[in-house]
Design a protein around this ligand. Sequence first.
Ligand code: FCB
Length: 479
Amino acid sequence: MSVPTRTTAGATPSADSARSALVNGVKPDDLSRDPAVDAPLGLAFPDGFGWGAATSAYQIEGAAKDDGRGESVWDTFSHTPGRTKNGDTGDTAVDHYHRYPEDLDLMRGLGLRSYRFSISWSRVQADGTGTPNQRGLDFYRRLVDGLLQRGIEPMATLFHWDTPQALQDRGGWESRETAYRFAEYAEHVYAALDDSVPVWLTVNEPKTVVQNGYITGHHAPGKRDEPLAYQVAHHLQLGHGLAVQALRATGSSSRIGPAFNLHPCYPADDSAAAAAATRLYDGYENRIYLDSALRGHYPEDVLADQGPDSPFARSIRDGDLAIISAPVDLLAVQYYTPYYVTGDGDTERRHATSKAFWQQIYPDGMYDVLTRITREYGPLPLTVTENGLPCPDVLGPEDDIDDVERVAFLRDHFAAAHRAIADGVPLESYHVWSLLDNFEWDQGYDERWGLVYVDYATQRRILKRSALWYQRVIADNAV
Ligand code: FCB
């Protein structure tokens, strides 16, 4: 089976922070350069819809050595020559660790209702175990308080790929032990922040760790061992379930769920071979994660394909699936691209490709993913926690960034989500990837995904046209 892979409280609340949304000197009403793209479609979203934006710790924080933070696999990986474009690292990133008050004001200015960020495990436990580092937790406390002061709902991801290096040295997610260490780390984070975080997400995109970290090796920890990769998948799922159980054990009233990147898989032609290959492809892309977390079993076709003596099969112990399928409150969906699968299990392109070569632009895929979940897994509340587009994003002479492609992309994907809601999908929020340009993993700073441009030389933040457009969408609660 060949899998597709992308290489692919210090904050001062400011009552007038909405002004920060005008740092370009451009008001939403000035968006007249391409009225066809910016014009409202008249699609109203449900009252209280949670318009948001997403980031992750290693991609934005920087401050890699501040306040007792330990190294993660991404520090090691990005500092290994040849692993990232231009040798880029997250050492400084967009310096969010120090500039978060300004970033909070930007969010407020945009009118965000929800902000999804991740917590760096090695800030909380430098070597992934033991007594938590209070200074690390304090940063997240300041961030969460700053969000609440601005009326923005915090949504915190516990793990966005930055495994503490010390745990990696002991096997990382290849080892079952890491799942238990993860639940202990989660307990510390809950103890520090749960009173203020209404929504927790456990593991971000386990599939990307499996495929990129352990099959193609172009993400940390940079291994190439496909059989082992599915042992990792099982341990990531186990970590998810244990973290859910750990939250329940506190008696918390916060909600929790996993964050899966789901890919609609379509047969490339009408042949029976393509239909069969697409089914298995879907097993590896989607059902291995969805079925284990939401139904308490792994898909039969994936189990059969791996075989009873595979590391995957051998890593599954009695009782694990009951842990993995501990009831969740919501499912976080991340959608970027569809796959078209041929009879021999390869994939074909059907749509325009973005600057990220693994991404085909296909808004209807958003509709298909959302409606499929509701149809096949029941009426679980859904949140879109990532969706976005990298663009060339050239800074213009008047500090303008005319990312018209991003506006069109978001408009079309929002419209697809709107259609899914109209057809009964309980979608409650939508987070654009990303709030800010940031360290895009192996692609370094070459790919810009933000609503907000970052001039990396000065760390100046400048709103792109898409940010101003999004500000209006949020204010209107309509596309
Ligand atoms: C997702 C990741 C996120 C970012 C976007 C472009 O897969 O979760 O960190 O890299 O893709």
